[in-house]
Design a protein around this ligand. Structure first.
Ligand SMILES: Nc1nc2c(ncn2[C@@H]2O[C@H](COP(=O)(O)OP(=O)(O)OP(=O)(O)O)[C@@H](O)[C@H]2O)c(=O)[nH]1
Ligand SMILES: [Mg+2]
Length: 270
């Protein structure tokens, strides 16, 4: 799509702006799969990505840190770090994160810090809306519960069980990036095994193998959504025009009737 075509489509069905931009992205972008981390600020998104790619490419800190989407290519996957949600009163960061997550990413890792307890209302509502919008969400959306080292085993059990009730159909991973990094640095296999990161790396490998089929189904789905919406729009414009034609015909008939009446009356008087 050229820039003009893109604007034209969005103008025709503005409610599908996100889908149209996504289709545009899918038709011209690179072939490797994109995975975005998504979630509230300070929950450990950037740290998780650094752990997965094995180097500190994304800035992480204990204050609101990421404010722009940033990508990094590693082993056939393009990783997208997004700004934390619900941190900026103007909503600019949320928009940036949504652009990174919904227009450019194939897979979403929803990141939630176990230390924060269960999902708060903002996360719960947001993620439910997200799941309702995506038919094949089980293949595309994963929940990553981070910072497992920050809670006791008992707390972890309780929080995870509540969260599984909040989002029952989502595949969930419980991880500690810190434990994994420590395990590597101190050559302690037990930390590495207990970090949950190995399972996540296995998942990313599997996801990267299935990327192309995910994309071709998505292109077909989006095209269908756009076709249906354009069909509905055509029908509504057409109905409106038919009604206008009917109204004009009625006006014309009533006018002819008046003219006839008037002419007869003039004739009778003359
Ligand atoms: N103990 C512990 N701390 C962690 C872990 N993961 C992240 N942190 C810390 O949590 C804080 C926030 O981490 P970030 O990775 O910057 O969080 P973020 O979600 O990217 O934050 P924003 O960019 O602001 O949205 C940092 O101080 C990290 O060191 C973990 O597994 N264990
Ligand atoms: Mg960050």
């Amino acid at each position: 799509m050229t820039k003009n075509e893109l604007a034209l489509y969005i103008n025709a069905v503005p409610q599908l702006e996100r889908e149209i931009k996504r289709l545009n992205f899918l038709q011209k972008e690179e072939k490797s799969i994109r995975i975005a981390v998504f979630g509230k600020y300070n929950h450990g998104k950037s740290t998780l990505l650094n752990t997965i790619v094995g180097e500190e490419v994304f800035k992480a800190s204990d204050k609101r840190e990421t404010t722009k989407n940033k990508t990094h290519h590693h082993k056939n996957i393009t990783w997208v770090d997004t700004p934390g949600l619900d941190a900026d009163v103007t909503g600019k960061d949320d928009k940036e994160a949504e652009e990174g997550a919904f227009i450019t990413a194939d897979i979403l890792f929803l990141v939630h810090n176990l230390k924060a307890g269960e999902l708060d209302r903002y996360e719960n509502d947001y993620y439910h809306r997200l799941i309702n919008q995506k038919k094949d969400y089980q293949r595309r959306i994963f929940l990553i519960l981070t910072q497992a080292d920050q809670v006791t085993a008992e707390q972890k059990k309780q929080i995870v069980s509540i969260i599984k009730k909040q989002l029952p159909d989502i595949t969930t991973f419980v991880v500690s990036a810190t434990r994994f990094t420590k395990g590597l640095a101190e050559k302690k296999q037990i930390f590495i095994e207990k970090s949950g990161i190995i399972e996540l790396l296995d998942l990313t490998q599997r996801l990267s193998n299935g990327a192309l089929s995910l994309r071709s189904t998505e292109i077909l789905e989006i095209k269908n959504i756009i076709k249906n919406e354009l069909g509905k729009k055509y029908e509504s414009v057409n109905n409106h025009l038919q009604q206008e034609i009917k109204n004009k015909k009625e006006m014309k008939n009533s006018f002819s009737y008046d003219v006839k009446n008037f002419t007869t009356k003039v004739k009778e008087r003359g």
